[in-house]
Design a protein around this ligand. Sequence first.
Ligand SMILES: Nc1ncnc2c1ncn2[C@@H]1O[C@H](COP(=O)(O)OP(=O)(O)O)[C@@H](O)[C@H]1O
Ligand SMILES: [Mg+2]
Length: 271
Amino acid sequence: MVENKKITRIISLSNQKGGVGKTTTAMNLATALAACGNKVLIIDFDPQGNTTTGLGIEKTQAKTNTYTLLMGESSLEETVCETSVPNLWVVPSTIHLSGAEVELVSVIARESRLKEGLEPAQGVYDYVFIDCPPSLGLLTINAFMASQYVLVPLQCEFFAMEGISQLFQTIKIVKKNLNPDLEFMGVLLTMYDSRNNLASQVEAEVREHLPGQVLETVIPRNVRLSEAPSHGVPGLIYDVKCSGSQAYIRLAAEIMRKFSNPKSTTKKEAA
Ligand SMILES: Nc1ncnc2c1ncn2[C@@H]1O[C@H](COP(=O)(O)OP(=O)(O)O)[C@@H](O)[C@H]1O
Ligand SMILES: [Mg+2]
């Protein structure tokens, strides 16, 4: 029936460290892509639900949410919420998701619950972002099973690379055993403070360690990005002119370029 189906790119934003910019990237990259006319969906896959609140959705109102989707208690259509941003939808998260990790253990095909839940998104959305929790447990495995790409935000600070080999190992294991289509999309440097020498040292070190695997765009530390969630809108809506929003617009352009020229997409295996 449906002609000219879209190609749907499903991208996990993952790093088991908290506070590195996963949620900020999910909201702002998604908004920048939506502003370019793409249909974009964010799956809030963190029980803390920061993306949900950051997009102005009241968590207590989210009767259907990532937990119910994961458990097969609601369909994607029943779970998706509109946001105030045109072309941007979200599957909200509530604290219930925190129990899922344990509950899933006894469930059949426990690693592919999210993949099944997201099946109806294929051909409907241009981009689906999965905002992962800060852990490498069963929820993150579900996210990697459902994705074609993993994008890793890395905060430009001391010990930035700590834990990164564990994350790469998890991507490798999922790719080998569960999802051969999974690709490492690259590292995104976030919260870059140009007044601090350390940031440029960290950038140089990360680029040296992971040649060709670090995105060109670097996200600066910008207070406007951190103020926006309390207003229930992404930074890009709160203040489009600020340096942080402008960086996310450049990031969206870089990502669209990668997909229009697949050869430039980082295909090297993470390790
Ligand atoms: N580029 C940035 N500049 C300033 N503050 C930022 C930036 N990116 C994220 N933050 C703030 O840092 C904190 C952690 O970011 P967040 O995106 O929630 O990380 P994660 O989802 O990885 O835990 C939040 O308070 C957020 O507003
Ligand atoms: Mg987060």
